[in-house]
Design a protein around this ligand. Structure first.
Ligand SMILES: [Zn+2]
Length: 242
């Protein structure tokens, strides 16, 4: 298995027989000549031979751009979308919260975001891959206690659902938000995730280009139990073979 970090929460994952693309947006969908996954861009010609699954977690502009539907021209492509996006695209595989969708070649389980949209757990080609979208413990400094407590409750509940869906297995590759805007509370989500489930590789996402968050996670005392599993990212287009 191989993955590319494209930008923010946009990633590409190559399994034995598929290419999974998550939360493509903005510049990721504007390749210049000669650019492709190694530059953090999706160039349709580069992936035309692949069996592609495009996942959209929700419609916020740091996760989605309607331009993604230009990939519809690929020979083998399916889009997995939250059901409310059926107004934008007719041929999608539409998912609701906390639902399991069984395809011939993949099983997709969804989780309800604490913001909007879905997180995805995908079982495909013998691998288990998690992409949180905006499902995170959004504990904001200065927010009302009521808001932050509600975040805690809803996030921990989804982590229990995730634990149930994963069972005894370890997730092979997990993409989890670590948003520096949350300041010292930015690790709450990834810590609670790691308490709920085991993951071989945990990749921070949703950090607005601040790659230093990866080192921060690895060095944080509260992350010591899973720090060895955290992937340190340095640039857009960086890839890792697992
Ligand atoms: Zn977001």
């Amino acid at each position: 298995m191989k993955f590319w970090y494209l930008d923010h929460s946009a990633v590409a994952v190559q399994t034995d027989r598929h290419l999974l693309l998550f939360d493509l947006f903005g510049d990721v969908l504007n390749p210049q000549e000669g650019e492709g996954l190694d530059q953090g861009k999706v160039l349709p010609q580069q992936i035309a031979q692949e069996d592609v699954l495009v996942f959209v977690s929700h419609e916020h502009q740091d996760h989605f751009d309607p331009k993604v539907f230009a990939l519809d021209s690929l020979p083998r492509v399916r889009f997995v979308l939250p059901e409310e996006l059926d107004v934008l695209y007719e041929k999608g595989i539409f998912a609701a919260n906390n639902q399991t969708i069984t395809l011939a070649d993949a099983t997709i389980t969804t989780f309800e975001s604490t913001d909007i949209g879905l997180g995805y757990l995908v079982e495909i080609d013998g691998k288990l891959i998690y992409h949180a979208g905006d499902l995170n413990w959004w504990h904001w400094q200065g927010e009302e206690d009521e808001f932050n407590l509600d975040q805690e409750k809803r996030y921990l509940q989804q982590m229990q659902y995730l634990k149930k869906a994963v069972g005894d297995r370890a997730i092979d590759l997990a993409f989890v938000p670590v948003d520096p805007r949350l300041e010292e509370d930015c690790l709450r989500g990834i810590c609670a995730f790691s308490q709920a489930v085991k993951a071989d590789k945990i990749v921070p996402i949703h950090f607005w280009g601040d790659f230093s968050v990866c080192q921060k996670v690895k060095q944080a005392p509260q992350a010591a139990a899973f720090a060895d599993h955290v992937v340190t990212l340095h640039r857009r287009g960086e890839s890792f073979i697992l």
